[in-house]
Design a protein around this ligand. Structure first.
Ligand code: FHN
Length: 543
């Protein structure tokens, strides 16, 4: 472990005594850099101009190579996010008081001193954790990849780390590495595995702290932290767990390009790995990551993934029962697929290692729908229409920030290009009472139209269609095949022609605004956007 001698004090923050066994060492030069970074936002942007993109993995790949690398992820459409850590012990309550906000932030929101927070680790003994069961649940839910918190902002490593003893093997009675089990189970069951890693914020190991430090023992030297904690831990994660398909960075608070450049080359340890847009330092990554909302129009030129809680917290809170209905979750998945994105839906296991039953139940219900209708989700691309979304309206996301979102919820469409033409999947949420459904603007003869859900004999009910001035009208049976979303399949020979009104065109700006929330406003960490260098702002020529 890289722990300093206990009597060292910090050059920048002389009031900080180095008594925390987990904090890394500060040196004169890193302090100067730190102060300079704090003093001037221009420092960040000046350095940003000098970013060396060639160090990014796959920096020189051709568009075809890029598509090949992203292919499995684009096909997957549905991933499972897992926020699990020592915060599941406190479960939203500190010293008898319920702490507001998301559960994994309890140390920060509750201003819990390091010593008291670290004591929770002694109660973290998840003997009910069973990686095979988790992965089987994910599979039954129709999930294709898992992203689990290897380290969240509290700095607690959910894996065996030599860089800091603040980890599940050394600091808990469990004394075991659950990520090893999960990696083995994913490998066996054919589920892709990704790691979430809080590369900048670390409230126990000397990294950045959003909203200000609250314990004098919290040291902060970003360069030292990046060098001695983030870099070695990411190396461990990308070296010791077999194939890792995704590295999911988060909250690039205080990250400058030079620090991001220390991390980026490590991704070469996993050829083909996909990383998101939250590294910081101006690197745009492979994916956009709208959080707690679905952008009105998706992103036209970037892969994107909405991450979302199943209730109102990422990490377990014993009293958060505000679970979204299966109907909402399924509509979200379909809405996202219809805009060409992925849904990364979160669960928060408790401190014994159990995924709360209401969360598991919802996942299984989604899985039942996907078993019948998965063809209309996996490997599909965005709707060729857009009219079904209604006008983009300002609504609140899960953090009460205003975002632009779709206003109409009668139906959605996904598309698959086939060797002979195009297949359209109409996901109908509001089954028409008059027995007909109009696809506005579609004037193609269809080679076949049928309900995706098979009848009791295993065949499909074929549907009559007619072309009129407004589009294609489909005759439907009186009752919906599915209570939440019934899928009608339209087979079209040859390519779709351009008379279809496509609201996705030229809408990238709108989609971005919906995600980034406008300049000068607060982001989800309560920091000014301008201090979070590069986050959410795609740099042409980035990796
Ligand atoms: O601060 C985190 C939060 O705890 C959670 O991990 C989410 C998931 O996307 N990300 C951050 C906020 O953007």
């Amino acid at each position: 472990m890289n722990s300093p001698a206990p009597d060292q004090s910090c050059f920048c923050f002389p009031f900080i005594q180095r008594t925390n066994p987990f904090v890394p060492r500060l040196n004169f030069y890193s302090c100067v850099l730190l102060v300079a970074t704090f003093l001037s936002a221009e420092t960040i942007f000046a350095a940003d101009a000098a970013i060396d993109d060639s160090i990014a993995p796959c920096a020189h790949e051709t568009p075809e190579q890029h598509d090949a690398r992203m292919a499995w992820w684009r096909d997957a459409r549905f991933g499972l996010f897992i926020h699990w850590g020592v915060y599941s012990v406190s479960a939203g309550t500190y010293e008898g008081k319920r702490i507001d906000g998301i559960g994994e932030w309890i140390m920060n929101h509750g201003k819990i001193p390091m010593a008291k927070y670290q004591a929770y680790a002694k109660e973290f003994d998840p003997t009910n954790f069973n990686a095979v069961q988790w992965v089987k649940l994910a599979k039954a839910a129709g999930i294709k990849y898992i992203v689990i918190t290897a380290k969240h902002h509290d700095g607690f490593a959910m894996f065996d780390s030599k860089a800091s003893d603040w980890n599940i093997v050394k600091a808990t009675p469990y004394a075991h590495d659950p990520l090893k089990d999960l990696a083995a189970a994913c490998q066996k069951e054919g589920i892709r595995l990704g790691f979430y890693y809080s590369q900048a914020q670390d409230w126990n190991n000397g990294g950045a702290v959003a909203r200000g430090r609250w314990d004098p023992l919290q040291s902060h030297d970003m360069d030292d932290y990046i060098q001695n904690i983030a870099v070695p831990q990411i190396r461990e994660l990308l070296s010791n767990y077999g194939t890792i398909s995704v590295l999911w960075f988060d909250t690039p608070v205080d990250m400058n390009p030079a620090q991001a450049e220390k991390i980026l080359p490590l991704l070469k340890l996993q050829p083909g790995i996909i990383y998101n847009d939250r590294l910081g330092g101006g690197f745009k990554g492979d994916t956009e990551t709208p959080e707690q909302h679905i952008p009105a129009t998706g992103f036209t030129n970037r892969d994107w993934e909405t991450c979302m809680t199943i209730n109102d917290t990422w990490g377990y809170k014993s009293y958060d029962r505000n679970f979204k209905s299966t109907e909402t979750l399924l509509r979200n998945l379909i809405d996202i697929a219809s805009k060409g994105g992925n849904y990364l839906l979160n669960v928060g296991p408790d401190s014994t290692g159990v995924i709360p039953p209401p969360e598991a139940e919802r996942l299984l219900q989604i899985g039942q729908w996907l078993k019948v209708n998965g063809e209309a989700i996996y490997g599909t691309t965005a709707s060729p229409f857009g009219e079904e979304l209604g006008p983009a309206t300002a609504q609140k996301d899960g953090y009460a920030h205003e975002q632009l979102m779709s206003s109409a919820w009668a139906w959605r469409c996904t598309k698959r290009v086939t060797p002979v033409g195009v297949t359209l999947y109409l996901h109908i949420f509001e089954w028409p009472k008059n027995g007909t459904f109009l696809v506005p603007g579609l004037k193609h003869e269809v080679a076949d139209a049928y309900l995706l859900k098979p009848n009791i004999f295993g065949g499909h009910k074929h549907l009559h269609t007619t072309i009129g001035a407004d589009g294609l009208t489909i005759s439907l049976p009186a009752t919906a095949p599915d209570k939440i979303a019934s899928v009608v399949v339209l087979k079209i020979n040859g390519p779709l022609e351009s008379q279809i009104k496509n609201l996705y065109d030229n809408n990238e700006k709108t989609g971005r605004r919906a995600f980034f929330n406008g300049s000068g406003q607060s982001n989800v960490w309560g920091e000014s956007n301008s201090l979070v260098a590069g986050f959410g702002t795609a740099r042409p020529g980035g990796s």
